[in-house]
Design a protein around this ligand. Structure first.
Ligand code: 5AD
Ligand code: SF4
Length: 465
C-alpha cells in the first residue's frame, strides 16, 4: 500500500475517533503524554499529541487528571525501563478508582519480547501497546481501543513503510525536528537500537524537502534533521543521495535560517560534508560526534569501526575547515573489559578535543546485544569512580570551551521566557544557551546579544542592538 493511501486511512480513523468521543463526552476529555529518550522519540510524541488534539482531547499535565495516559518509551538503558514499571505501578492505583482511564504504551521498549511478556502477565490494566514499526497506525489502534475494554497489543517485527503527513503538535512554532531516516545498521555491540528500530530506511529527498517547505511556510526557521546515523542517509534509496547533497538542497529553501542535524557517526563523516558545512551560511557550526570510548581496543570490541587516532584525526580535519565548530559527544563508561588504561585513553581524548558538552553514560547491559554476553562486566563501584572522574574532566573542559565566546556578540534564536520573569532564553548556532533580559515579542526572533558572563555551560548576556 502506498503511504498516501495509508495516511488517508489513518485520517479517517481520526475522524471516527472524534465522532465517538463527541457521543461519549459532553466536555472535551483529556490526555497526558510523557516522552522518554532521544529527539526522534520526542517527534513521535508530538505526532501522537497532535493526533489526540485533532480527535478532540485536551492536554493535561498530571496523570491523575487524564482520561488517557500515554507513555512513549525508550530502552537504550535499563533505567528507562525501570522508570516505566514504576509509573505503571502508580497508574494501577489511580485506575482502581478510575476504571475508565485508558493507558497507552508505545516506542522502543515495546519492541522487546520480554517487556511484552511482562505487560501481559503483570500489567493487565494497560489498554493499548504498540511499537516503533506500526507507529503510523496509532489512530486505527486507538479507535479499536475506544471500542473495547480488553488489552490490545500490536507489535511488528519490521516495516518498510514510511508514512508521511501525520499531524504534529510542535513544542515551538519556529523550530522543529525533521526525521530524515529511521533505524540503524551499525550494530555497535552494546546498543539495542538496531533491534528495536530495525534496519536503516531513508525518506525520499522530495518528501523531506516538501515537509521543510511546509514547515517554513508555517513559521519554522530552524530545523534539526534527525536520524540514528545521518551520515549514511540516502545509501539505501532507489536513487542514492548523499547526506551532504541533501543538505545543499535544504539550504536552498528560502526563509529557512538554521539547519542542524544529529547524530553523526564518526566512521561515515565525509569530506564532502565538512566542505558543505564550511561553505554554508545556514548549517550551524555544531557537530554531535559520539566517540563512546577513547580506547582503540574497546572501540574495536564496541564495533565502532574507527580508533582513537582516526577520531582525533577527524576532529582536527573538521577544526581546520571550520575553526569555530562546537563539538559535542557521547561517552560510555564501564563497557565490559574496560581497564584503567582504556579509561585513561578516554580521558586523554576528552583532554585533547575539549568538547563543548559531553553526555556521559554508565554502560547498561541490554539483553540481546553481544556486549551483554561478554563475561568481564565491570563492578559497579569501579564504574562509578571512573564516571565521577570523567564527569569532572568533561565539566572542566566544557567550561573552558564555552568561555571562548566571552565578550563576543552572537546571534541567538529566542525560545522562551526562563523560570525567572523578564529573563529570556535563546541559543547560538553553537547550541549554547544564553539568558538575557528581554520581552515576549522576541520569542521566535533572531537577536544579537553580547555574552557578558559565562556560567559554565550557559551565558548571561544583554541585547546588543
Ligand atoms: N549503555 C550505556 N549507554 C548506551 N548508549 C547506547 N547504548 C548504551 C548502553 N547499552 C549511549 C551511547 C549513544 C547514546 C544515545 O546512548 O553513548 O550514543
Ligand atoms: Fe546504537 Fe551504534 Fe546505531 Fe548509534 S550507531 S544507534 S550507538 S548501534
Amino acid at each position: 500500500m502506498s503511504n498516501t493511501q495509508e495516511s488517508k486511512i489513518q485520517a479517517e480513523y481520526i475522524t471516527k475517533c472524534s465522532e465517538l468521543i463527541r457521543e461519549k463526552y459532553t466536555q472535551a476529555p483529556s490526555f497526558f503524554i510523557q516522552n522518554a529518550g532521544c529527539q526522534m522519540n520526542s517527534l513521535q510524541t508530538e505526532t501522537v499529541a497532535g493526533i489526540m488534539k485533532q480527535i478532540g482531547y485536551q492536554v493535561v499535565d498530571k496523570e491523575e487528571a487524564a482520561d488517557v495516559v500515554i507513555y512513549n518509551t525508550c530502552t537504550v538503558r535499563e533505567n528507562a525501563n525501570q522508570k516505566i514499571y514504576g509509573h505503571l505501578g502508580h497508574l494501577k492505583s489511580i485506575k482502581k478508582h478510575k476504571p475508565e482511564m485508558k493507558i497507552v504504551l508505545f516506542g522502543c521498549m515495546m519492541q522487546e519480547p520480554e517487556v511484552i511478556d511482562k505487560i501481559q502477565k503483570d500489567y493487565g490494566f494497560v489498554d493499548l501497546v504498540f511499537g516503533t514499526h506500526n507507529f503510523h497506525k496509532f489512530p486505527e489502534l486507538f479507535f479499536r481501543s475506544l471500542n473495547t475494554n480488553g488489552q490490545i497489543i500490536d507489535i511488528w517485527k519490521e516495516s518498510d513503510e514510511i508514512v508521511e503527513g501525520m499531524p504534529a503538535d510542535r513544542k515551538y512554532s519556529f523550530k522543529t525536528g525533521v526525521n530524515i531516516m529511521y533505524g540503524c545498521n551499525n550494530f555497535c555491540s552494546y546498543c539495542i537500537v538496531p533491534y528495536v528500530r530495525g534496519r536503516e530506511k531513508s525518506r525520499e529527498p522530495e518528501d523531506i524537502l516538501r515537509e521543510i517547505k511546509d514547515l517554513v511556510a508555517d513559521g519554522v526557521t530552524e530545523v534539526m534533521l534527525l536520524g540514528q546515523n545521518v551520515n549514511s542517509y540516502g545509501k539505501t534509496l532507489e536513487h542514492p543521495v548523499t547526506f551532504a547533497s541533501l543538505l545543499q538542497q535544504i539550504e536552498q529553501i528560502e526563509g529557512l535560517r538554521r539547519i542542524r542535524f544529529m547524530t553523526s557517526h564518526p566512521k561515515d563523516l565525509s569530506d564532502e560534508l565538512i566542505e558543505v558545512m564550511a561553505k554554508s551560511n545556514k548549517i550551524c557550526h555544531h557537530l554531535h560526534l559520539p566517540m563512546q570510548s577513547g580506547s582503540s581496543r574497546i572501540l574495536k570490541i564496541m564495533n565502532r569501526r574507527y580508533d582513537k587516532e582516526k577520531y582525533l584525526e577527524l576532529v582536527s580535519k573538521i577544526r581546520q575547515a571550520i575553526p569555530d565548530i562546537s563539538l559535542t559527544t557521547d561517552i560510555i563508561v564501564g563497557f565490559p573489559g574496560e581497564t584503567e588504561e582504556d579509561f585513561q585513553d578516554t580521558l586523554d581524548v576528552v583532554n585533547q578535543v575539549g568538547f563543548d558538552t559531553a553526555f556521559t553514560f554508565i554502560y547498561s547491559k541490554r539483553t540481546g546485544t553481544p556486549a551483554a554476553r561478554m563475561e568481564n562486566q565491570i563492578p559497579g563501584d569501579v564504574v562509578k569512580d571512573r564516571f565521577d572522574r570523567l564527569l569532572a574532566l568533561v565539566q572542566e573542559k566544557g567550561r573552558e570551551a564555552s568561555s571562548r565566546f566571552l565578550g563576543t556578540v552572537q546571534e541567538i534564536l529566542v525560545e522562551e521566557e526562563s523560570k525567572e520573569k523578564g529573563i529570556y532564553t535563546g541559543r547560538t548556532q553553537y547550541n549554547l544557551l544564553v539568558h538575557f533580559p528581554g520581552c515576549k515579542d522576541l520569542i521566535g526572533k533572531y537577536v544579537k546579544v553580547k555574552l557578558d558572563t559565562c556560567k559554565g555551560f550557559y551565558y548571561f548576556g544583554s541585547l546588543a542592538e
